[in-house]
Write a protein that binds this ligand. Structure first.
Ligand code: HH2
Length: 292
């Protein structure tokens, strides 16, 4: 749009994940990814959707509320969290993924750092792999993405979720994250992932202080030069609670709305959120203001 100071992300291949009738619509606006955590210990909704039935009902609700995509995770990555076994991760994710893939054409992402879990998930209908380690834990995950044609989300973080908040020193926050995401995307491409199947994410809340999370959102448009669609996951995170006198995660909806609006203004292509109904409204209005 002429005269808009807000960048519009260039056309990308994400619409190909959707049925042909929806492609035009999803090319023009920010996509909302609903979070389905099948975990007893996630920071914002841990334990609420732990049974397969509860997780499925939750996922259906998010789709009704307007989620474009879903992100299913079987392992919490909150600061300080401990990993679960591969068997347990599969046991949590697969039944829900299989049931959902059979009943919706909304693209389903699986939030995993394990190549083996990624492989099983792709066999059962997942379309995206969301790796919060950006291939640092298991580079072979890129091979799975290449072989199965998955869209691969590469997120910036450091160390492991257990220790990442002890490693938040950056000389050049944006430059270092951009360089890291570029290197991870290069690795993925070397392993056969097509460039149009890569999405990058600066990793809000992962090895970042509250002030650094704000800077990521303030300067988000600088990541556009990486040339990949950008995902932001600010939803209900601690930096929002900190600004708002220590509000609890489920009370951070409006604060999340502010972060989502500014992510859209920075050129986000996907926002990963818990409160889908509210954030669809926020993203639509922010898209309209930005002239998309
Ligand atoms: N944040 C979380 C998990 N996965 N993936 C991407 N790409 N970007 C993010 O910002 C991101 C992510 C953490 O949020 P949540 O899933 O709600 O919590 P938990 O890790 O405790 O399950």
């Amino acid at each position: 749009m002429p005269n808009s100071p807000y960048p519009t992300p260039p056309p990308d291949a994400l619409p190909l994940l959707f049925p042909a009738t929806r492609r035009e619509d999803v090319q023009r606006r920010t996509l909302v990814m609903g979070v389905v955590n099948i975990t007893p210990d996630s920071f914002s909704d841990g334990g609420r959707f732990f049974s397969p039935e509860a997780a499925l009902a939750h996922a259906r609700r998010l789709l009704e509320e307007g989620a474009d995509l879903l992100d299913i995770g079987g392992q919490s990555t909150r600061p300080g969290s401990e990993p679960v076994s591969e068997e347990e991760e599969l046991r949590r994710i697969l039944p829900v993924l299989e049931a959902l893939a059979a009943e919706t054409d909304a693209p389903i992402s699986v939030d995993t750092t394990r190549a083996s879990v990624a492989h099983e998930a792709m066999k059962r209908g997942a379309k995206l792999l969301n790796d919060i380690s950006g291939l640092r834990f298991e580079p072979d995950l890129a091979r799975v993405a290449a072989e199965t044609g998955a869209t691969l989300i590469l997120m910036h973080s450091r160390d492991t979720p257990r220790t990442m908040q002890q490693n938040t020193q950056y000389d050049d926050l944006i430059g270092e994250i951009a360089a890291c995401l570029t290197a991870q995307a290069e690795l993925a491409r070397c392993m056969g992932v097509l460039p149009e199947r890569i999405v990058v994410d600066p990793g809000i809340g992962f090895a970042k202080t509250a002030a650094q999370n704000l800077e990521l959102l303030r300067r988000g448009r600088e990541f556009l030069s990486l040339g990949y669609p950008i995902l932001y996951g600010p939803s209900r995170k601690a930096f929002i609670g900190k600004i708002l006198a220590d509000l609890l995660p489920e009370e951070r909806v409006e604060g999340t709305g502010a972060a989502v609006a500014l992510a859209v203004a920075a050129g986000a292509r996907i926002v990963r959120v818990h409160d889908v109904r509210a954030m669809v409204r926020v993203a639509r209005v922010a898209d309209a203001i930005c002239g998309r």
